[in-house]
Design a protein around this ligand. Structure first.
Ligand code: NDP
Length: 300
């Protein structure tokens, strides 16, 4: 993958002179990203031979300058990944109304008014849960693990789609409290509760969908973020992590015979939605090509 998709830097951007329409993903680090092969495969399938998607390693201190330079160099669209999603929220000209409660953007499109920010992670989660587990977030009791940026996006999506209840567990109580405070105005009549992952409350709903939005499982020696046997009659488990493809949480779900899926489909669907925002091509039409390309890049 790296031979085909080099990692560029801000210095490369300063002397950038590619013809055609350029797209980019910015992150720090970024070398693990499979977004370039995913998007470039979809662009090729769409016949957009003059479009190309590149990856740039940009330090967060340099994000504002990079966004300005991307415009000067005629980039049409940008994806943002760790740690830029929240930083960029206050740095763009306009925010799509659906992204405002999330407080983070992962997709930018250039407009005459400047960069317009979107968040496609929630769409990606909902589409992936439907595709891999056959479940809708609407009407589902959701147990969400984590209180970081991905958890916030997932929580906003669950509440926005009308989940039956939302229970959030996080290792650090202060971070959980902060997230619950932010979410309270969005919950309306939907029950919203927090708990410690080491002391699940007795009144957790039976038959819930467990969504892992922690980074526990990224490293080989990470613990599972929760013990599934401590939860009542779990219906299914979705882990946002896709590399490695089998986390300790998914291994336990497998052992218990529970339907489970990793985050690869979420990665694909959020990417397909970004491409729809830039090109107008429906996300549903590009997702299969992106999935095949992501699998090939990851070797899974
Ligand atoms: P953040 O750094 O913002 O949040 C990390 C969260 O993980 C916090 O809640 C943190 O808890 C928790 N955590 C970290 N380590 C542990 C541990 N050892 N045990 C228990 N909890 C832990 O990260 P993001 O929210 O941006 O991302 C979270 C995960 O979601 C990542 O793995 C990322 O790869 C994945 N993701 C996948 C996407 C996809 O398309 N498939 C899209 C977006 C994210 P605490 O508050 O206690 O520190």
């Amino acid at each position: 993958m790296s031979a085909v998709d080099p990692v560029f830097t801000l210095r490369d951007l300063e002397t950038w002179s590619h013809p055609g329409t350029s797209l980019a993903v910015l992150g720090h680090p970024i070398k693990h990203s499979v977004s370039p092969p995913m998007h470039n495969a979809a662009l090729a399938a769409l016949g957009r031979t003059d479009w190309c998607y590149h990856r740039f390693d940009v330090h967060p201190d340099h994000l504002p300058g990079a966004l300005e330079l991307l415009h000067v160099k005629n980039f049409h669209g940008v994806n943002l990944t760790v740690p830029h999603k929240i930083i960029a929220f206050d740095r763009v000209a306009e925010i799509d109304p659906a992204a405002r409660p999330v407080g983070a953007v992962n997709t930018l499109r250039w407009t005459p008014r400047g960069w317009l920010g979107f968040n496609t992670d929630g769409y990606g989660l909902a589409a992936a849960v439907r595709e891999t587990l056959g479940r809708d977030l609407a009407g589902t009791h959701a147990i969400l693990l984590g209180a970081g940026g991905a958890a916030r996006g997932a929580a906003v999506e669950c509440l926005g789609r009308g989940c039956a209840s939302l229970w959030i567990a996080n290792r650090t109580p202060e971070n959980l409290k902060g997230l619950l405070t932010q979410l309270a105005p969005l919950a309306g009549s939907i029950p919203l509760r927090g708990f410690s992952p080491v002391a699940p409350p007795a009144d957790l709903p039976s038959g819930a969908l467990v969504i892992n939005a922690t980074s526990a499982g990224l490293r080989p020696d990470d613990p599972a973020p929760i013990d599934l046997t401590a939860l009542p009659n779990v219906a299914a488990v979705f882990d946002m992590i896709y590399n490695p493809p089998r986390t300790p949480l998914l291994r336990q779900a497998d052992f218990l015979g529970l339907p489970h899926a990793n985050g690869l489909a979420m990665l694909v669907h959020q990417g397909a939605k970004s491409l729809e925002i830039w090109s107008g091509a429906p996300a549903s039409s590009t997702a299969p090509t992106m999935l095949a390309a992501a699998r090939a890049a990851l070797g899974v």
